[in-house]
Write a protein that binds this ligand. Sequence first.
Ligand SMILES: NC(=O)c1ccc[n+]([C@@H]2O[C@H](COP(=O)([O-])OP(=O)(O)OC[C@H]3O[C@@H](n4cnc5c(N)ncnc54)[C@H](O)[C@@H]3O)[C@@H](O)[C@H]2O)c1
Length: 400
Amino acid sequence: MEISDKRAEIAVIGLGNAGLPLAAVIADRGMAVLGVDINEERCWQINQGANPIPEEKGLGELIAQHGGRSLIATTDFEDARGCKSFIVIVPLLVDESNHPDFSIMEKALQSLGRILKKGDLVVLETTFPPGTTSGRVRRLLCESSGLAEGEFFLAYSPERIMTGYSISRLREFPKVIGGTDEESGLVAYQLYRQFISNLHLVSSASVAEMTKVMEGCYRDVNIALANELYKICQDLGVDFFEAREMACHQFCHIHLPSTGVGGHCIPVYPWFLIKEMERREAFDKCRLLHTSRIINDDMIHYWAERILLQCLRINKPLSDIKICIKGITFRAGVREFYHSRNLALAKLLCDRGLNVYVADPLLDESEVAARGFRSINPDEADLVFDPFQLSFEPGRASQD
Ligand SMILES: NC(=O)c1ccc[n+]([C@@H]2O[C@H](COP(=O)([O-])OP(=O)(O)OC[C@H]3O[C@@H](n4cnc5c(N)ncnc54)[C@H](O)[C@@H]3O)[C@@H](O)[C@H]2O)c1
């Protein structure tokens, strides 16, 4: 359906890795969607039918079909004035001391408040510390719109996608939604039912917020456990992976060890609870979350030591040994660097005076250089470390 045939009733604010797949899925259900994003280049691409996130499976087809037609992107919030429902997915990060940084969200909500009308619905999808939607978000929207509490509907539904699998996740994975009051929950549920098939209404926005934060905490703690068990196995001379295979069953799932946890989600969400508990002077209640964060972040020191030990086995002066890190993105197959422990590991090795190079299948030489590293063909290195497989290979150069 052309947008000119039917005025968009839904606006998706923030067309990033999370917002764009959602907007495309809504458009694919036959609804007209207006995407609002401050990134002009991205809006232009979408309106041309071009997919700005090529690694997202299935998104290209949806954008080619709906971009510039039932999915129109704009940088101007005024274009969304006629919409009745607004879904907001802009980032919430943590600052250097791990406190949530609401600055991006606040700007988006101020712009939205200027066009919000009585009876409109606002649904937040960004992962929040529980209580944010009914507290800070509601307050901001009331201030910027001049509307009173209860004059607009307000709800929360966590985005549970994973870059690369977002379309299938949106179509199949259970999605949770909850209102800041009963009516808001019902109104939001009615809207989302039109494009989400596996939808669950919960009793409040805070429950929906906690659902997502809990998931992140579960992953972080379990990855920390796997990392700790892996290190113990190494000391004991036990094959971790063989033991893990036997240990896992219906009631036991041991995660995979790693160089740590990166990305916008898992390393961020535990801090939402840790900082809140600190604020309440109840740090004792979140010690496991805090310890897990430290264990995972410290894994780069463990791997730096292992790499150094491997170097010492090579018959060359340390300063001549070329070390190749085979990947500096935070996860294999995803071109994202936020909180990348692989990038942090490469930097740590450089800081220790080692000769570090990068071979990342997702990045060309200039992209590697932009991160401060030299590229190398792994065959030309003395030692190759693959941070996704946690494996070492002697490079051909070490055998010269
Ligand atoms: N990407 C994921 O895998 C994922 C998974 C689950 C949850 N989330 C949640 O979604 C949030 C957003 O993540 P993302 O990956 O989409 O981020 P992103 O950086 O890919 O995209 C954010 C988009 O918001 C736009 N934006 C910023 N300020 C704006 C404003 N004032 N008005 C309109 N647009 C604005 C940016 O230009 C950008 O296109 C995260 O903070 C997280 O809470 C993301």
